[in-house]
Design a protein around this ligand. Structure first.
Ligand SMILES: NC(=O)c1ccc[n+]([C@@H]2O[C@H](COP(=O)([O-])OP(=O)(O)OC[C@H]3O[C@@H](n4cnc5c(N)ncnc54)[C@H](O)[C@@H]3O)[C@@H](O)[C@H]2O)c1
Length: 333
């Protein structure tokens, strides 16, 4: 059934892919885009030129309670992807991380108390678990924050849970492990490696090569969001870990990208990119039993097809138009 859906963080990596999928499914989509003086629509800019009838943009800031309330009126579903996400930057700007990732969520939850939203979908992160006590990490695993970013997201998770328990709000939390694909920012390892292999320099700068991450291709991530939106089951108060269940180290990723592109470069360990020792999360691998069982989520790009997803991502970055845009952005954090 067609729904009125507001997406925060809609102009970002995951948000823009999700918005495209929701429009295709004929939902009425309102994109909440972070206000900026350049009228920059982020990754929605091409979509905005298509003049789709079921697509609308509101510029705003989730830190503004009045505006959040106004924009949520008459919506059926809100999906909260808006967040500050860079871990290194969170060491410097703790307050703004909490203002956006926690206080921003309070604005959504408070507004939802008096509005008749059918689903509130909040987005967590695997970073809340820190170095795991066991693998794969299921939804029962305890939290252990190793960065201010993780602490802000862990606080937001607990806040969402508390509004379900205290006010019976229909909240579901989706917790992606690492997602990758076209349009991801240079804060993430895959775009950082690919763009460095594609430039003229003879070296590739990396942080640590050892951390292992669970990588899900963006199409599978979006599919999981659609499953939550369309599910007729009562998912209120539920958390879903969203990952492939397959772990790969940064070093292995580097070798794969180098091999696919047929380019060899010298690897330089850049100290600026290494997290403080106790802040580095060594390994994150998701259990996806729950999401598969409750939502019948099936991975298209599983371990066997991982290279296909990586090649799709590399091909997108190889497009001159896209690469030019990334090359114009310096690695700053
Ligand atoms: N990409 C991943 O691998 C990954 C993994 C786990 C969790 N997540 C979570 O998924 C969500 C989306 O991440 P992404 O990778 O698309 O990142 P992204 O940086 O591309 O998107 C975040 C969006 O939030 C917006 N935003 C920031 N502050 C805002 C504010 N005050 N008001 C309104 N909008 C604001 C930004 O403009 C941006 O478009 C985040 O909540 C992140 O924590 C992402």
């Amino acid at each position: 059934m067609k729904k009125k859906i507001l997406v925060t963080g809609s102009e970002g990596f995951i948000g823009s892919h999700l918005v495209e999928a929701l429009i295709k499914k004929n939902h009425n989509v309102t994109c909440f885009v972070l206000y900026n003086s350049f009228n920059n629509l982020g990754w929605l800019r091409d979509l905005s030129k298509t003049k789709k009838k079921n697509f609308k943009v509101i510029f705003g800031d989730i830190r503004d309670s009045e505006q959040v309330r106004d924009s949520l009126k008459n919506q059926d579903v809100v999906i909260n992807l808006a967040a500050l996400i860079g871990i290194p930057y969170s060491y410097k700007s703790v307050r703004s991380y909490f203002e956006t990732n926690v206080m921003g969520l309070i604005n959504i939850l408070e507004a939802s108390k008096s509005l008749n939203l059918k689903k509130i979908i909040h987005v967590s992160t695997s970073e809340v678990f820190g170095n795991p006590k066991y693998l794969p990490i299921d939804e029962k695993h305890n939290y252990f924050s190793q960065s201010p970013y993780a602490a802000s997201k862990a606080s937001a998770d607990q806040l969402a849970l508390s509004y379900f328990n205290s006010f019976n709000l229909p909240i579901t939390i989706i917790r992606p492990f690492n997602t990758f694909g076209p349009r991801q920012s240079l804060r993430a390892v895959i775009p950082t490696l690919i763009t460095q292999y594609l430039n003229n320099s003879k070296i590739v700068k990396v942080g640590s090569l050892f951390p292992v991450r669970d990588l899900t291709y963006i199409d599978d991530t979006v599919d999981a969001f659609l499953k939550v939106i369309h599910s007729k089951k009562n998912l209120s108060g539920m958390f879903f870990n969203l990952g492939s269940g397959y772990g790969i180290s940064v070093g292995e990723l580097n070798s794969k990208i180098s091999k696919i592109l047929g380019v060899k470069k010298n690897i330089i360990i850049d100290k600026k990119r290494i997290r403080p020792k106790k802040s580095e999360v060594k390994i994150l691998i998701s259990s996806n039993k729950k999401i598969k069982k409750v939502l019948d989520w099936r991975l298209k790009y599983n371990k066997k097809n991982f290279d296909k997803a990586l090649i799709k991502t590399i091909n997108w970055f190889k497009d001159d138009k896209n690469l030019k845009e990334y090359n114009s952005k310096k690695y700053t954090i």
